[in-house]
Design a protein around this ligand. Structure first.
Ligand SMILES: Nc1ncnc2c1ncn2[C@@H]1O[C@H](COP(=O)(O)OP(=O)(O)OP(=O)(O)O)[C@@H](O)[C@H]1O
Length: 253
């Protein structure tokens, strides 16, 4: 079975005086996909952002409790948030390539983290990341074109390649398919399935079908609390909590 890659204990998140996450504890496994589901505003994205300290960038946001990555406290003052975000990468709802070439979109991270310096080494890193993201064949002859010139689905795969290029351990995905059509979505879902061999993946999704298709574990959030967490099959076929059952059967959402 899988071991915990991330352990969160008694996590609260506040925006100013407002509590958005209430006492969440969860173990997130390695080598699997974990889905966060729940109605709009229940705190899925807020909790996801605690896992690589993206909330640090939001004025007035405060995180209490403990989050460990391989046993190491990510909120320890000695932890460098930039180095942390290389270990725990993120892919956002809307594809957001840098206004640079396809090549530079990938090379930027490895360069600033000193992972590749010589051009030949960087070429290898770029090819490997694009291949892993299932994009190499489509872009290998146009690496100097702008990243923004790609289709939406290709842009999202570029953003996944960019996250992969710095060799992260965890990839956080915040509704990565919500701006994509069904074909591009299917490509990303296949990719997520392949990537889980190499990374711990956490995905926030509004689509219960997507959670059921791509994840092995599912966490159901409601009003800032983690209501139920378990094997995806169990959550969708035999939920223990009434609130989970009501949500997955479409009674509210
Ligand atoms: N930057 C912010 N400042 C203040 N409040 C915020 C901020 N971001 C989120 N919130 C509030 O925190 C709560 C949780 O929001 P969050 O976006 O995490 O929920 P969500 O489950 O991801 O929602 P959705 O599915 O609609 O994206 C909401 O009440 C929201 O209004």
């Amino acid at each position: 079975m899988t071991e915990a890659k991330i352990t969160a204990r008694n996590v609260d998140v506040f925006y100013g005086p407002k509590k958005a996450i209430n006492d969440v504890s969860i173990d997130i496994g390695n080598g699997i996909v974990t889905a966060f589901i729940g109605p709009s505003g229940c705190g899925k994205s807020t909790f996801l952002r605690t896992l690589n300290r993206m909330n640090d960038t939001i004025a007035g946001a405060r995180v209490d409790g403990e989050i460990l990555l391989d046993g190491e406290d990510i909120y320890d003052p000695a932890m460098d948030p930039v180095a942390l975000r290389a270990r725990v990468g993120m892919v956002f709802q809307k594809p957001n390539p840098f206004p640079k070439s396809i090549y530079e979109n990938i090379a930027y991270g490895p360069r600033i983290h000193g992972l590749a310096n010589a051009k030949a080494d960087m070429d290898v890193v770029v090819e490997r990341a694009l291949t892993k993201a299932g994009l190499w064949d489509e872009v290998k002859d146009r690496l100097s074109d702008a990243g923004t010139a790609l289709s939406g689905g290709q842009q999202q795969r570029l953003c996944i390649a960019r996250a992969i290029a710095v060799s992260p351990e965890v990839i956080l995905m915040d509704e990565p398919c919500s701006a994509l059509d069904p074909i591009a979505t299917a490509r990303i879902e296949e990719l997520i399935d392949e990537l889980k061999e190499s990374f711990a993946i956490v995905i926030v999704t509004h689509s219960m079908q997507q959670a059921a298709r791509v994840s092995q574990k599912t966490a159901f959030f409601h009003l800032g609390s983690l209501v139920e967490y378990g094997e995806t099959d169990q959550i969708f076929t035999n939920p223990r909590e009434t609130r989970t059952k009501d949500y997955i059967t479409g009674r509210y959402g």
